[in-house]
Design a protein around this ligand. Sequence first.
Ligand code: IYR
Length: 326
Amino acid sequence: MDTYDLITRNAEEVVTEEEVRELAEDPDGKRVYVGYEPSGVLHLGHLLTANKLIDLQEAGMEVVVLLADVHAYLNGKGTFEEIRDTAEQMKAQFIAYGLDEESTEFVYGSEFQLDEEYTLDLHELELSTTLNRAQRAMAEIQGGETAKVSHVVYPLMQTLDIEYLDLDLAVGGLDQRKVHMLAREELPELGYDVRPALHTPIVADLTSGEGKMSSSEGVTISMEDSTEDLEEKVNSAFCPPTRDPEGDLENPVLELFEYHVFPRFDEIVVERPEKYGGDLTYEEYESLAADLESGELHPADAKGTLATYLDDLIAPGREKLREIRD
Ligand code: IYR
């Protein structure tokens, strides 16, 4: 795969293609990051951006994972001490999942976000950004409750992180896009460079195929799930034959194959008894999707296979969590 394709595969949005093409010409040592509000247990949402980081590591880039403790605090996720604790667990699970321990830089937000220079830049951004703009940037991240002052400070700090971590590229789920757009507008106002961004898709809710899969609503798959939990969840997933059934619905089973399984395995084997046609082997997502649509692949076989591969991906992190908790 060519470097640009590797960098951008499975990205829902590239801002801007031209800037990312330029990066792809000389990716070695370029710095890229994702920031996460620390959470004790990783779920598929975290793993989707982690897959992108693994692609970028493979492309030769330097990966920074921001353990956004101050952001989590501003978003009401607990006391500083609790947040720090969960951040350590999060880091251990990312490494178990496959981020390279040697070359990945894990940084706590509080290591630089409380410095004087950062704080003064933050105040400058507070002066130049309207309340309305900051609230809009935050709306999708914060998920609905009444905005506190902390909720408008949050996106401004996320803007500054891109400069203070000396990054060449910002990565996040589509829910981060408005913050990255704000950053592209505001950083030059402070005399800093504009950076490109890549946004990963948001996977639909497993059982309904609507909206987004999230830990706060509906069903998500996490490092805490046992093999049986996982099978049960995947077996009850919505799985029509096509990718875009109708209206705003999605096929979450196909989405999970595309964004979670195919990027991490060279081939996928669907095991079937001879009397049902024997095993099927796929090297790319498109062939599996085509077989599901034509009826060659039965949804029940697709789900069983999905559960097996997801279980493989989750097993090392699940093991790590057990170790930490014991
Ligand atoms: N807003 C993210 C967390 C976060 C991301 C980045 I990139 C930062 O620089 C800081 C925080 C979330 O929704 O989890």
